[in-house]
Design a protein. Structure first.
Length: 133
């Protein structure tokens, strides 16, 4: 029998200062928490075969989806369908904290990226690949 996988997600997200931390990876989805520093951003990207759902825990920012912009704050949720150009920018004075669900997984299981620069370097070097079946 499977055990219960449980997180108090807002608490988990708030206690991590890392840019990206993979909390859980399953066969079809992945749970990741992110902290974007003031003035920072995720960076414009497109996940061709991956849907993404982002829920904002604290801070304020801007969702940029396919050329449209929308302010985001605590409690907001944004869906990014596969193949959609997107970026999320911290527009406030405090960290923009969120958790995101990727389907299928996007990052290496257990990955921790302290900064965006570190995350970008690992991705470019092919060292942040999701598990394969």
């Amino acid at each position: 029998m499977a055990s219960v996988i449980h997180y108090t997600i807002a608490t988990e997200a708030e206690k991590s200062a890392d840019f990206r931390r993979v909390l859980w990876t399953g066969e079809k989805t992945q749970l990741v928490i992110m902290t974007i520093p003031p003035g920072g951003e995720i960076g414009e990207e497109v996940h061709e075969d991956i849907d993404q759902i982002l829920t904002f825990v604290s801070g304020t920012g801007e969702a940029q989806i396919s050329g449209s912009k929308k302010k985001v704050a605590q409690g907001d949720l944004v869906v990014v369908p596969a193949g959609t150009k997107h970026n999320f920018v911290n527009t406030g004075p405090n960290p923009l904290v969120l958790y995101t669900v990727y389907g299928p997984p996007e990052h290496a299981d257990g990955a921790v990226h302290k900064t965006k620069e570190e995350a970008d370097e690992l991705e470019e070097a092919g060292k942040d690949e999701p598990p394969t079946e």
